[in-house]
Design a protein around this ligand. Structure first.
Ligand SMILES: Cc1cc2nc3c(=O)[nH]c(=O)nc-3n(C[C@H](O)[C@H](O)[C@H](O)COP(=O)(O)OP(=O)(O)OC[C@H]3O[C@@H](n4cnc5c(N)ncnc54)[C@H](O)[C@@H]3O)c2cc1C
Length: 568
């Protein structure tokens, strides 16, 4: 869409000759299918230059999310779950950009600057909002730092690499407690995405572990946490019970009526107070409003945009909403539409038809859709399904699941690739190469529960820590006296600099006193800052002198520890 100015009306641009500008936000099922249907419905108008179509999305591809769990095991290739938006809707101008703001009153959308370019402001006559929802970990301490989300393509790849990394570490780890936590994989959320993810993860780690000489199958623990009494609440109880039995038979430990309350780098924290030591925690719940959507001055229902029966947004003629970000009541059943791909596709079609009808001055239709069925894959050639009211489970459901998704995949090339991958997957063992996708983090936040060890005296030091909130105590080992607490550090204090700068091992143990949040800076980032920012260098050098007593050669921390130990 050409960046333009002016004050457009709800139906078309104010100038008689200017094309009507339809702008779609989001490149998921809702946005892409809206563009596909609009290209078809308005083919003549597009030919004559009377309509201009634009779509803004962060990526230039659409993710086929129902297949994401299969990326974990590698049973389909990474790029087979995505389709090029340019190829799916060739007559639509694609803006591969992050959207920064939506101004409904002025009918403008602002996109962030791209690669060396500038932010672009797009104006429109009709706006289709299809921005989906986001993974939200707010309110659960430690989750944003330590839990892996499972929604985007990158999430599936990160999880696969992480699981392989845990197996690699476990293979060389001798300490039994550390091995247990490395070989425990926890998934939170017993809805479709959680169940499909845990089924694939379970199959994958158990099959991959056969290639690790020092990992015994009985050491692997895969846990599914679910808040309700039965997983897959979207399905009839008999099918959900079947899925539960099957997962348990495959070795998945089901923890029902169990809620995840938080996480640390070493454990999943349950609402009951129990801790499950793990290095791999995946959370598929909860999802929150896309921040752009949450800021809109429109009627909302449970964080979603409330539409009228034609999918228009009340009070904003020319604004439409579809997919997971929209609260759409089905005209036939009176029930809100669930956030699923099949609903997003039908809603997109209805919105496209109503936009075309508005442009032509014809009648619009109310949204109504009878879901064809529900299906969930359980790994190992089995699934559960309810299609046209018929309940299926096991191999037949799995065959149906694969056939339906193969048919739904956009593009013949992709269908062929996936069919070949699936066939090979039946014959070959899983691939266990770990892909290094990016380089070190530089800086990250970490959360520790009371009593947790941040690092131990004698450990190799790779991180500098800055206390954001909470308190941490400094412990020093004194021969014959055990560990002596020297002092406490609070918000604004830093620790870990001695080992990082001098390339020594840690000179003390740091233990969290209360819930502790820290900013951890890695060795590379620390050295870059240290060498190029003199005030920081002076500060750190003074701090080290103070803490180690370098000037007189004595170690004040060690002396202090001895003194305290003697007094005990
Ligand atoms: C693991 C998993 C498995 C699933 N399995 C099934 C299934 O089996 N069957 C089923 O029916 N449904 C399934 N779903 C749900 C289904 O995928 C969603 O309901 C569907 O994707 C919703 O489509 P949408 O277009 O509304 O949102 P999304 O697909 O989330 O698309 C939102 C789009 O907006 C873009 N966007 C968001 N914010 C910005 C921004 N600021 N700037 C630029 N672009 C932005 C995103 O990049 C994305 O392209 C599954 C979901 C997941 C996560």
């Amino acid at each position: 869409m050409t960046p333009t100015s002016g004050t457009p009306s709800a139906t078309r641009s104010d100038s008689a000759t200017a094309p009507a500008r339809i702008l779609i936000l989001g490149g998921g099922f809702g946005g892409v299918y809206a563009a596909i249907h609009l290209e078809r419905l308005l083919a003549r108008e597009l030919d004559r230059g009377e309509v201009e179509l634009g779509l803004v999305s962060r990526d230039n591809y659409m993710v086929f999310q129902p297949m994401l769990p299969e990326v974990i095991s590698g049973s389909i290739g990474l790029t087979d779950t995505i389709a090029s938006i340019r190829r799916l809707c060739p007559r639509t101008n694609l803006y591969t950009r992050a959207i920064e703001g939506i101004d409904l009153a002025r009918r403008r959308v602002v996109t962030a600057a791209g690669l060396g370019s500038r932010p672009v402001e797009l104006t429109y006559d009709h706006l289709v909002i299809a921005l989906g929802n986001v993974t939200s970990f707010s309110g659960q301490p430690g989750l944003s730092e330590h839990a892996l989300p499972f929604k985007y393509l990158g999430d599936a790849l990160v999880l696969r690499n992480h699981a392989l990394h845990a197996l690699e570490e476990a293979d060389i780890e001798k300490d039994p407690a550390a091995r247990r936590s490395l070989l425990t994989f926890v998934v939170a959320g017993g809805g479709f995405s959680g169940v499909e993810a845990v089924a694939e993860l379970n199959d994958f780690v158990r099959a991959a572990a056969k290639s690790y000489r020092n990992v015994r199958p009985e050491e692997i623990r895969v846990v599914l946490l679910h808040g309700g009494p039965l997983i897959l609440p979207e399905l009839p109880a008999s099918l959900a019970a079947f899925a539960q039995r099957l997962l348990m038979r495959r070795g998945v430990e089901l923890r029902l009526e169990t809620r995840l309350a938080g996480a640390t780098g070493e454990a999943a924290l349950l609402a009951s107070g129990e801790r499950i030591p793990t290095r791999t925690l995946v959370s598929t719940v909860p999802s929150g409003s896309n921040p752009l959507v949450a800021m809109l001055p429109v009627p909302m229902e449970r964080g979603r945009i409330r539409t009228d029966s034609h999918l228009g947004v009340e009070g904003h003629p020319g604004t439409w909403a579809v997919g997971d970000c929209a609260w759409i009541v089905d005209a036939r059943t009176g029930q809100p539409s669930p956030p699923t791909a099949q609903h997003a596709i039908r809603e997109a079609r209805c919105a496209a038809e109503n936009i075309a009808a508005t442009l032509r001055g014809t009648a619009r239709r109310a949204f109504a859709f009878n879901a064809l069925g529900k299906m969930g894959a359980l790994g190992h050639r089995s699934a559960v399904a309810e299609v046209f009211g018929i309940r299926l489970s096991g191999f037949l459901a799995w065959w149906l699941w694969r056939t339906v998704y193969l048919l739904k995949l956009p593009g013949l090339d992709r269908k062929i690739r996936v069919a070949v991958d699936w066939t090979l997957d039946l014959l070959l063992p899983p691939d266990i190469v770990q892909l290094r996708t990016g380089h070190a983090v530089g800086m990250r936040r970490e959360h520790f529960e009371p009593g947790e060890i941040v690092f131990r005296e004698g450990d190799h030091g790779d991180w500098l820590y800055i206390v954001v909130s909470g308190e941490v105590e400094v412990l020093k080992g004194v021969p014959g006296h055990g560990e002596v607490a020297l002092r406490r550090l609070g918000p604004g204090d830093c620790f870990g600099e001695i080992a990082l700068l001098g390339d020594h091992v840690r000179t003390a143990t740091m233990r969290s006193v209360s819930g502790l949040d820290v900013l951890a800076v890695d060795r590379e980032a620390f050295h870059t800052l240290f060498s190029s920012f003199p005030p920081l260098r002076d500060f750190v050098e003074r701090l080290i002198e103070e803490r180690t007593g370098k000037r007189d050669g004595a170690g004040p921390a060690a002396d202090e520890a001895h003194e305290l130990a003697e007094r005990r």
